[in-house]
Design a protein around this ligand. Structure first.
Ligand SMILES: Nc1ncnc2c1ncn2[C@@H]1O[C@H](COP(=O)(O)OP(=O)(O)OP(=O)(O)O)[C@@H](O)[C@H]1O
Ligand SMILES: [Mg+2]
Length: 236
């Protein structure tokens, strides 16, 4: 009898990449990538432009299927799930998109409320949760503003408020400091660490900004991989 493959530890791990490869038009982008994200951990994967950072997050969401390997997210193998199952899984995940991706014509309030409005929650509850999320990212005063009236760093904060408002089980940050100056980038990273320490949400962050690994944390470690590197921090 062939040896049994050990089942992945999805109880303690929110995300597991097991020997994942993908290429586009015969060009290899990810080649045998393996890593895991423990529950409650915030982990950063570092890579240069075009190294496959956004692709990793799209694979987590089941938007892109890898050519090889398995990916487990919150206990499910996303490489074998139906679109309907993926829809339910995506509802448990908050995403901070590259460049924030706010809706230009909606106020900060409506951008942050978007997913709760889709769920048709009562208006009073939506208003309260929007204010809580904006207060967390110190942006409550901008509630009636449009994205065009905000700086890049402020838009990033609103993007984080929008991602956390559903109290997701996992968070994905796509280049959250991209295009920001170093000081503003540091304040965004501090906010991500605050999210980790207060809510202990499992979070995967991809970035090209090496200074991320310099953010002080009690259990920071880093490991270099062929093209991507990872650094991970656990709430203390
Ligand atoms: N759907 C697709 N079709 C063809 N090529 C793709 C597709 N998605 C990604 N790629 C290619 O895969 C590579 C990795 O793309 P990806 O967006 O993941 O990189 P990235 O690390 O996020 O880059 P950046 O730092 O610029 O955001 C790039 O060369 C990109 O052109
Ligand atoms: Mg990208």
């Amino acid at each position: 009898m062939p040896p049994e493959t050990p089942s992945p530890d999805t109880v303690h791990k929110a995300i597991i990449f097991d020997d994942v490869s993908i290429g586009f038009e015969d060009i290899s982008v990810l080649d045998g990538v393996s890593f895991d994200l423990k529950r409650g951990e915030t982990k950063a994967l570092l890579g240069v432009a075009g190294s496959g950072k956004s692709t990793i997050l799209k694979i987590c969401l089941g938007l892109v299927k890898p050519d090889r390997g398995h990916v487990y997210v919150l206990g499910h193998d996303v490489t074998t799930m139906s679109e309907e199952e993926l829809f339910d899984l995506r509802n448990k995940i908050g995403i901070v998109f590259q460049e924030s991706a706010l809706f230009d014509s909606l106020t900060v309030r409506d951008n942050v409320a978007f997913r709760l409005m889709e769920e048709k929650l009562p208006e009073v509850e939506i208003e309260q949760r929007v204010r809580e999320a904006l207060s967390f990212v110190e942006m409550e005063e901008a509630i009636d503003k449009l994205p065009s009236e905000l700086s890049g760093g402020m838009r990033r904060r609103v993007g984080i408020a929008r991602a956390i408002i559903t109290q997701p089980e996992a968070l994905l940050y796509d280049s959250p400091t991209g295009g920001l100056d170093p000081i503003t980038s540091t304040t965004i990273i501090e906010l991500i660490m605050k999210q980790r320490d207060v809510y202990k949400t499992s979070a995967l962050l991809v970035s090209h900004w090496p200074a991320i690994i310099l953010i002080p944390s009690p259990s920071t470690c880093s490991r270099w991989m062929a093209r991507l590197s990872e650094t991970s921090t656990q709430a203390s």
